[in-house]
Write a protein that binds this ligand. Structure first.
Ligand code: PLP
Length: 446
C-alpha cells in the first residue's frame, strides 16, 4: 500500500466507493462519480519534492516512468501495483510552439498540445491506460470477475479501448454509429480484435445500448462516465505546466463533446494547485461545433440546465454528441475557472484547421474547432494581446484523411476552402514544370 490513496466520490454527495468496485454512478442518487484523492497526503510532500521526482522520472527508462500518465501515478491511481499497469508510453505529447500563428493573431504566445501524437492517434489513450490497467488489476487479483470491457464511441474511444485491451489480453466490445466514423477509426478496433457492432443510430443511441449491456457487472463500462478515465486525461494539465517550467498559461481552449476531457483538464489544474505545484488556474474555454452544441446553448442561457439536442452531422465527428454525459462536471470547470463556451461553424473549423497546417501542424477537425474558437475570441477582443494560450489538439490529423483531402479538393459541402493547396497536373516536360514553379514560388515569396 502506498501512503497515498483515493476513492470514488459522488460529485453531489458524500457517498464513496473503493476504486476496485464496478460502479459508474452513485448508488444513492445516480449522480456522476469522481476520483477523490487524499489531498492532505499529497500535500505532505513539498512542491519542490514533487517537482524533483517528476523531473527524475523524465530521465528514467522504466515503462511506468516513461508514460506521462504513470509518471504522475500518485495523483492518478496511487494504489495500483506497477506490474498491473498496461502502458504504451502514452502522454508526454509535444507542446507545439505555434509562434507564427500567435504573431498573426497578435497574442502573447500560442502552444498546441498534440494529444493525438499517441499510440491510437487520440487523447483517448490517456484515460484508457488507466481504465484498462485498473480492470487488469481487478481481474489479475481476483477482486471481481470481468469478462469484457465495452464502450460506445464516435471512433477514438473504441480505438483506444481495443488497443489497450488487446495488449492486456482482455476481450473488448465496441458500439459505433454506423457510417459516422472515419475509415481509420473503424479499422482500428477491427484490427485489434474487438467485437465491433455498427449500430443504425448515432453516438447517443450507442451510449444507451452500452449502458444496458453493462448492467451486467461482468461487462465493464469504458465510457468517460467512468471517472477512472478522467484521472488519466487530467495529466494533460500538469504536463503543460511542467513543460512550461511549472508556470501556467492564461487560457486553455479544448474541443468538447461528451465533456469528459474538459472536466479532466480542470481537475488536473486543481490537483496541481492543491499540491502547491502551481499558484493559479487558467481560464478554460470549451469549443463546440455549431451542429452539436448543447453545452454552448446551455452556457448562453446561464447554465440553467442541459437541454439535449439531436446532434447534426459535423466534420468534427468525434464531438457529434447531443446529450453530453459529463455536463455537470463541465459546468463546474467553466464556472470555477471563469471560462467560456464558444460555438464554431463547419467552415470556420475547416479553415482554422488548415490554417494551422500551414505552420506545420496537421490538424484534425476537432483541433480546428478549438483553433476556430481562438480566432473568434481574438476577433471579439475576448483574448487580448498579452495572453498566453494553449490549444488542446485531441486527435492526429492522419485519422481524418477524408476531411483533409475533401478540403484541399474543395469538395466539402458548403465550405469555401480558404487554404486549399491544389495539386498541379503537368506533363513530364521541363518547360511546363518551370512555368508552374515560377508562378507558385513567386506567390509564396516572403
Ligand atoms: C473524444 C474526443 C473529443 C471530445 O472529448 P469529450 O471528452 O467527449 O468532450 C474531441 N476530439 C476528439 C478527437 C475526440 O476523440
Amino acid at each position: 500500500m502506498s501512503q497515498f490513496n483515493a476513492h470514488f466520490r459522488n460529485i453531489n454527495g458524500d457517498d464513496t466507493y473503493p476504486l476496485t468496485d464496478v460502479i459508474y454512478r452513485s448508488k444513492v442518487d445516480g449522480s456522476l462519480l469522481e476520483v477523490e484523492h487524499d489531498r492532505a497526503a499529497l500535500a505532505s510532500r513539498s512542491p519542490e519534492e514533487w517537482k524533483k521526482l517528476f523531473a527524475e522520472r523524465r530521465m528514467s527508462f522504466k515503462p511506468e516512468d516513461m508514460s506521462g500518465i504513470w509518471s504522475k501515478r500518485e495523483m492518478v491511481l496511487p494504489d495500483i501495483p506497477v506490474e498491473d499497469i498496461v502502458t504504451m508510453r502514452e502522454g508526454w505529447s509535444p507542446l507545439f510552439d505555434a509562434a507564427p500563428l500567435a504573431k498573426e493573431l497578435g497574442i502573447g504566445s500560442l502552444k498546441v498540445k498534440l494529444c493525438g501524437n499517441s499510440h491510437t492517434g487520440s487523447f483517448k489513450d490517456l484515460g484508457m491506460t488507466v481504465l484498462v490497467s485498473q480492470v487488469n488489476h481487478i481481474i489479475k487479483k481476483g477482486i471481481h470477475p470481468i469478462d469484457a470491457v465495452a464502450c460506445a464511441s464516435t471512433g477514438d474511444t473504441s480505438a483506444a479501448l481495443s488497443a489497450y485491451c488487446a495488449k492486456a489480453g482482455i476481450p473488448s466490445i465496441v458500439f459505433l454509429p454506423a457510417g459516422k466514423t472515419s475509415t481509420a477509426q473503424l479499422i482500428q478496433p477491427i484490427s485489434n480484435g474487438s467485437i465491433v457492432l455498427a449500430l443504425d443510430t448515432d453516438f447517443d443511441g450507442c451510449m444507451k445500448i452500452v449502458q444496458e449491456v453493462t448492467k451486467d457487472n461482468r461487462i465493464y463500462l469504458a465510457n468517460s462516465m467512468n471517472s477512472l478515465r478522467v484521472e488519466g486525461q487530467k495529466t494533460i494539465s500538469p504536463e503543460i505546466c511542467q513543460e512550461l517550467g511549472w508556470t501556467v498559461p492564461d487560457t486553455v481552449i479544448i474541443p468538447g463533446g461528451n465533456l469528459g476531457n474538459v472536466s479532466a483538464l480542470a481537475k488536473g489544474f486543481e490537483d496541481c494547485k492543491a499540491m502547491g505545484l502551481i499558484d493559479r488556474i487558467p481560464r478554460i474555454i470549451v469549443a463546440q461545433a455549431e451542429n452539436a452544441n448543447p453545452f454552448y446553448q446551455a452556457y448562453e442561457r446561464g447554465f440553467d440546465k442541459l437541454v439535449p439536442v439531436q446532434a447534426k452531422k459535423t466534420l468534427a465527428s468525434a464531438i457529434q454528441i447531443g446529450n453530453p454525459v459529463s455536463y455537470p462536471k463541465a459546468v463546474r470547470a467553466i464556472q470555477k475557472t471563469n471560462g467560456m463556451v464558444v460555438s464554431v461553424s463547419e467552415e470556420e473549423l475547416a479553415n482554422a484547421a488548415h490554417r494551422g497546417d500551414r505552420i506545420g501542424l496537421y490538424c484534425c477537425p476537432h483541433t480546428g474547432v478549438a483553433l476556430g474558437a481562438l480566432e473568434k475570441l481574438v476577433a471579439a477582443g475576448k483574448i487580448t494581446k498579452d495572453e498566453n494560450v494553449v490549444v488542446i489538439s485531441t486527435a492526429h490529423g492522419l485519422k481524418f484523411t477524408e476531411f483533409k483531402v475533401g478540403y484541399h479538393e474543395q469538395k466539402l459541402e458548403n465550405i469555401a476552402s480558404k487554404y486549399a493547396n491544389p495539386v498541379f497536373k503537368a506533363p513530364a516536360e521541363i518547360g511546363a514544370v518551370m512555368d508552374i514553379l515560377t508562378k507558385e514560388m513567386a506567390a509564396r515569396r516572403r
